[in-house]
Design a protein around this ligand. Structure first.
Ligand SMILES: CC(C)(COP(=O)(O)OP(=O)(O)OC[C@H]1O[C@@H](n2cnc3c(N)ncnc32)[C@H](O)[C@@H]1OP(=O)(O)O)[C@@H](O)C(=O)NCCC(=O)NCCS
Length: 194
C-alpha cells in the first residue's frame, strides 16, 4: 500500500458538526471507537483534552484521530541516566511537564500507510510549541497491549524512540504499557536548523 503524504491530509479539531462522521471510524480496538463516538467531545468541552480528526482531502474519508492532554512524568520512573542528567543540571523537581497522547487511532482501512507516524510527528510539534509557551519536555502515553503481536502498539512506538516508563510500585497491573519520549533531541534539531 502506498504511503499517504502530509499534503493529502486535512486536520480538524473535533466539534459538534463531526457527530455523524465520527461514527464511521473502524478500529480493532473497540475502546478507541467508543471514546471518539461517546466521550471525546464531552471531554474537550470540559477542557480535559483536545481531539484532532484526520481526513483524506481527496475523498473526505476519516483516516483516524489523535487526542492530546497535558500531563507530567515522575523522574523516578524514567531512565536513571536521564534522571541523573536533570539532577546534575540542578533540576530537582519530582516530576516534569509532558504532553500525553490520550488516544491515537488509525482507521483499520488506512493502517500501514504512514498515518500513525505522521500523528507522532504531529504530537512532537505540539509538544515543541507548548515547550516554548509554558514548558514541556516529554510525550507520555499508555500503549495498548495486544496478544496478536502485529497489533501490539508498543513496537510501533519503540520505532520512534519511546522508552518504558516504570509503573509505580503497588499499582494494579493494567492492560496498557506506559511509555515516554524525551523531546530534547527534536528541540535541539530545530535549534541547529535555524
Ligand atoms: C498502532 C497504529 C497507530 C499504527 O499506525 P499506522 O498508520 O498503521 O502506522 P505507520 O504506517 O505509520 O507505521 C510506521 C511503522 O510502524 C510499523 N508498525 C505499525 N504498526 C505496528 C505494530 N502494531 N507493531 C509493530 N510495528 C508496527 C509499520 O510497519 C511501519 O514500519 P516501517 O516504517 O518500517 O514501514 C495503528 O495500527 C492503530 O491505530 N492501531 C489501533 C489502535 C492502537 O493500538 N492505537 C494505539 C493506542 S495506544
Amino acid at each position: 500500500m502506498e504511503k499517504i503524504n502530509p499534503e493529502e491530509i486535512r486536520i480538524e479539531k473535533l466539534n459538534e458538526a463531526h457527530e455523524n462522521i465520527t461514527k464511521e471510524i473502524k478500529s480493532y480496538e473497540p475502546e478507541l471507537v467508543n471514546f471518539l463516538v461517546e466521550d471525546a467531545l464531552n471531554q474537550q468541552k470540559r477542557k480535559i483534552s483536545v481531539t484532532y480528526l484526520w481526513f483524506l482531502r481527496k475523498t473526505n474519508e476519516l483516516l483516524g484521530y489523535i487526542t492530546l492532554t497535558p500531563d507530567c512524568v515522575k523522574l523516578k520512573n524514567i531512565n536513571p541516566d536521564l534522571c541523573q542528567i536533570f539532577k546534575d543540571k540542578g533540576i530537582t523537581y519530582r516530576s516534569l511537564p509532558a504532553l500525553k497522547i490520550g488516544r491515537l487511532c488509525v482507521d483499520d482501512r488506512f493502517q500501514k500507510r504512514g498515518i500513525g507516524s505522521l500523528m507522532i510527528q504531529f504530537s512532537i510539534s505540539k509538544a515543541k510549541i507548548i515547550s516554548q509557551e509554558v514548558g514541556c519536555r516529554f510525550i507520555y502515553l499508555d500503549a495498548k497491549r495486544n496478544k496478536d503481536k502485529s497489533k501490539d502498539a508498543i513496537h510501533f512506538y519503540k520505532k520512534f524512540g519511546f522508552e518504558m516508563y516504570k509503573e509505580d510500585k503497588g499499582k494494579k497491573k493494567s492492560k496498557e504499557t506506559p511509555l515516554y519520549l524525551d523531546i530534547w533531541p527534536y528541540i535541539q534539531e530545530e535549534l541547529t536548523n535555524n
